[in-house]
Structure formats: C-alpha cells, structure tokens
Design a protein around this ligand. Sequence first.
Ligand code: IPE
Ligand code: IPE
Ligand code: MG
Length: 263
Amino acid sequence: MKIAKFDVSDDAPIEDGRPATAAPAGPVPRHVAIIMDGNGRWATSHGLPRFEGHRRGVEAVRRTIAAAIELGIEALTVFSFSSENWTRPEGEVDELMGLLKLFIRRDLHDLHTRNVRVRILGEGHPRDGEIQAMLREAESLTGGNTGLTLAVAFNYGSQNEIARAARTLAREVAAGRLSPEDITPARLAGALDTVGLPPLDLVIRTSGEQRLSNFLLWQAAYAELVFLPVLWPDFDRGWFEQALAEFASRERRFGGLDAAGRT
Ligand code: IPE
Ligand code: IPE
Ligand code: MG
C-alpha cells in the first residue's frame, strides 16, 4: 500500500510497522472527523469473521475518544454508519446495529461522567427506531456538558444532509418567512446537522482508501485530509498523533496567500 508521507521508508524508525510517533506540535485542530474504515479487511487479514473487525473497531473508538479528550480537541465526529451501508448483507447490518446499541448502553454513563456532549448527525430511518431513540436520549442527557463534543454520524450521507437542509430552507421560502436572496452559505450551513459544531479542520480516513464516501462534503471545504494506511481496529493514540502532526505541518491558506504573502 503506497501512502505518501506515511510510507515507511528506509530511514524512518519503525515500530510495529509504522513510523515512530511524534508528539503533536503546532496548532491542534478544533474539530476532527474520522472515517473509521477497514474493519472487514482487518478481520479477513486475521482469519476472523467481519463481525470481529467491527467489535475491535468499537474498542478503537473508545481509545480515540479518550485520546481526543486528552489532546484537547473540541469536537470529534465519527462516521459510524453511512446511509449507503444499508446495502450490506442483512446479517452484517444487524451486527453493526447491535454493536452500536451495546456501545451506547455500556459507554453513555462513562461519557457523561467525562463531561462529553453527544451529538447525532444523520437522518432517522425506519429500520433503526430503537437506536435513534437511544441516540436522542444520549443527546439530551449530555446536552449540558462542556467537554469534548462527540458527534456520531449514523445513517448519515452528506448529499442527503445537504438536500434536507435545502428542503428546510425551501419550506421557509414557501411559507414567506425567507426570500430566495436570504439563502447564503451561512444560512445553508445553519440548516445542516452540524450546526453549532466548530468548523471542520481535519478529516482522517483509515484503511488507505482515499475518498470521502459521502461524508461531510460541505463541511470539508477547507479541511485538511489525512489518509492513513492503518486499518481502523489498529488505530490508536500513536496514529492519532501522527495525523495531528501531519495537520500541524500543513499550511492552510483558505484561498489566500501564505504567511509571507507568497502564492
Ligand atoms: C468500516 O469498516 C465500518 C463501517 C463501514 C460500518 P468496513 O466494514 O467498511 O471495512 P472494510 O472497508 O470492508 O475493510
Ligand atoms: C465509509 O466507509 C462509511 C463508514 C466508515 C461508516 P465504507 O466502507 O462504507 O466506504 P466505501 O464503500 O469504501 O466508499
Ligand atoms: Mg469500508
């Protein structure tokens, strides 16, 4: 697998197959979103059923939340299930639903104790009524917390989110409460599921795939993208710090010039 920057070259110190971890220096992103990919491939490469990859993936989620809190990140968004993941075999969908329910049951109290505020991104779906209810309960229980915001993208698809936001604004126009000229990027952003979250700074995708898979397309307009060759169940604080170090080394221009005024 060839991944620029993260390829282990001859002169890079190697520890269990990855470059040595550097403590993040420089700016820490306020909002990090993660496409947690590679559970199935992890399981297959260990001769295990895909379910085991998903189960180990939940452990990686726990590690990542703990690391985000320690690293002082304001908001962490995790892609837990996409609106396209329903096309997977029914057995796998059921397993994923079961794991998410178990995670909420087991971890919600602990997250609440750690001052984590849970947010949900995505649209309700007839097949997930129980999970939606649990997620909404998590949102209201932790709504007053002031620590890390953990946004869980469930049955989430970015195109669907943007279409829903457009529909909300169209209804306002139809009702005469808004004129078409009022529809600005800021107004549309305010109708997205991510309203109130800090601007997205960094998207991390594990497993070596280099695509966004319908995740936060609007919000990622000026986010830095970091693709890591690690499969999600193996993601840990070292990999997280690696991504943060990469982020800190990037020069963000937002369409302007660099700090010295050069193009
Ligand atoms: C990510 O791992 C988990 C979800 C998409 C729910 P995958 O299940 O996509 O694992 P791969 O990509 O098949 O290895
Ligand atoms: C993206 O991964 C969705 C989640 C991580 C939940 P996928 O495995 O579904 O994406 P594709 O199919 O490789 O684009
Ligand atoms: Mg995948």
